[in-house]
Design a protein around this ligand. Sequence first.
Ligand code: AMP
Ligand code: MG
Length: 411
Amino acid sequence: MLPAAEAEAKILDLMPLPTEVELVSLNTCLGRVLAKAIPSPLDFPHWDNSAMDGYAVRYEDVQGASAGQPKVLTLTETIPAGRSPQLLVGPGQAARILTGSMLPAGADTIVIQEVTQREGDRVLVLETPAPQQFVRHKGSFCRAGDLLMAPGLSIGGPELAVLASAQCLQVPVFPQPRVAILSTGDELVMPDAPLQPGQIVDSNQYALAALVRQAGAVPLPLGIVPDQPQALRAAIQSALAQADVIVSSGGVSVGDYDYVDEILAELGATLHIRSVAVKPGKPLTVATFPAEGGAAPLYFGLPGNPVSALVTFWRFVAPALRKRSGLATSWGPTFVPATTRDALKAGGQRETYLWGKLTATPQGYEFGLAGGGHNSGNLINLAGTNALAAVPVGTKLIPAGATVSVMVVGS
Ligand code: AMP
Ligand code: MG
């Protein structure tokens, strides 16, 4: 039984980084990972412009201005945003300017409207501004040719805004990992089937497909595979032909019908991990297939119990998918310290995860245990939770009010 942290490190080592790059349109790149550095094609701002509504002036003309001794300037023109200035601002002159408008030649400072008084084609300046105040200088945010965005960034709203501003219409991104999902078990049926005694619905297929998608990968749900070696072999071979990563649930413990490890070995895979010291989720198989041309496909055999399947996915599969998708951030799960409202009990032999709700309070994070049984087969009380409190090996009790490390798995 491998300790959890060692298993995580080993899995990340086995998972290759992406190497290929594809171009997708600006309109469809949301959620993808940037694959190349984007140099700025332009200066940002593109020209000197005003940060405020007011008047563009020459600083030397308004030095010493006050309410008692205003400086009087003659207006040259009004410069709306989107039009270039027509006239030079000469000594004793000012131009009416609006937020974002280009600074006219001659002017170097903006006087905000609130400290002026307009009289026809003249303006009275009632306060001395700081030199160059409210001027956004050309290239002060980013210069043409400088790095606009580094590879490995996940493209969200702010990144889309930057790409759009740089007129980057075709965005280089990493291909999304394709993840085949198999559910093994003779007892499993689809949600629309009438349930016979002994049968249960294949809920893992739905949960795992959702988590794969949330991890930025593409789920390939390949359905239910009966507990028959032939069927399992065929299903794994078919998954290998279409996916970079295979995630199966069930069939990895020591039961009479648990064939996954045996079939993997028969198919030439190398088994790297067979069990991890976590609860729930001890039987976890991680294997690699020989690379045929591309990267070696990685196989995750998760335990079948619904909670075990999800916990092992969050703890071990999701970080590996983040690496495979090319994210430059740390891939591992996010653990935060939280005050637990409830006592947390564990066996002390394995790292134990207890599910519940993490809330941010002005005093810091708080963790509340989900009500109901904490049993790996009970998927019902997982709904509405967003975090797993981790009780370390060697600890049997974390009392209410104490600090616990909590893994964030949802929002
Ligand atoms: P196994 O790991 O195959 O021994 O399965 C352990 C438990 O998880 C059994 O009670 C199964 O019925 C249940 N189980 C296995 N696969 C699934 C699945 N895809 N959806 C829901 N429950 C499952
Ligand atoms: Mg089974």
